[in-house]
Write a protein of this length. Sequence first.
Length: 278
Amino acid sequence: MDFKEQLGKNSRIVFILNKMKKSPQRVIVFEGGLKEERALFGKYWACCVNCFNDKGPCLECRTCDDILNLRFPDVFLFDGDESSIGIELVRDIIREKNIPPREGKYKVFLFYEAQNLTLNAANSLLKILEEPKDRNLFVLMVPQKGNLLPTIVSRSVVLTLKWQRTQIEKDLSDVISHLVRFWETGSGLFKLSEKKMEIKEVEQIIIGLQAMLVDAVSDEQHHGNLNFFKKNLTSQKVWQISFFLEQGLFMLKSNVSPRMVFEWLGLNIYKILKMNQT
Ligand SMILES: [Zn+2]
């Protein structure tokens, strides 16, 4: 799906961003969608506030083009997908944020997969976010806002991208239904994982579950599996499940056997869902 198509699918968010650009929010969180889609919206927002076209970012001028290709001198990228985002990177921001924008109207600091901020880094970032409005803007991209410190979320405008109901989900809807049945009844998990499981498959299951979490706490229409999830969730549980899903992805990257990751997640989420609400 190309950039323009992607924007069209989330036209509500495009509308909000274009409204906001006159007096930009200091911190925006993009959740939902796929990793690449969140990244696109981060860059789109940087275009919104820096393109000199009044009607909205043209996506064609030199400024827009440089931003989209990440070579604009006032856009900074911290990519949690490559490694965790640690305190030393936040120190770079502290140095940079006091220098006025070089070419653009605003400096934009993008954090891809911000769930991989270390706790130290997240806490120092929080202090920066608390500073009064200036020409620095921050954008955090996460699968689900529960991945971030609640104190960061409370200072942000959270925008939820639509989950792309693609082939992945159709292919995996069977596995996910079985998984949900296991969480309801407490049996059948190991039957599911008896067959050979590939890394890619377990990764997609995790992404599917992240999407379900986003939908379960938003006002999207609900159906079958989601109703179960919604009934059994508290914000504490959403936070815990998000945490385990992230750990699951990390384990896959570290070459833990996909089947083991699948079972570990199935059991841990079962425990969370069964815990008495406190
Ligand atoms: Zn432009």
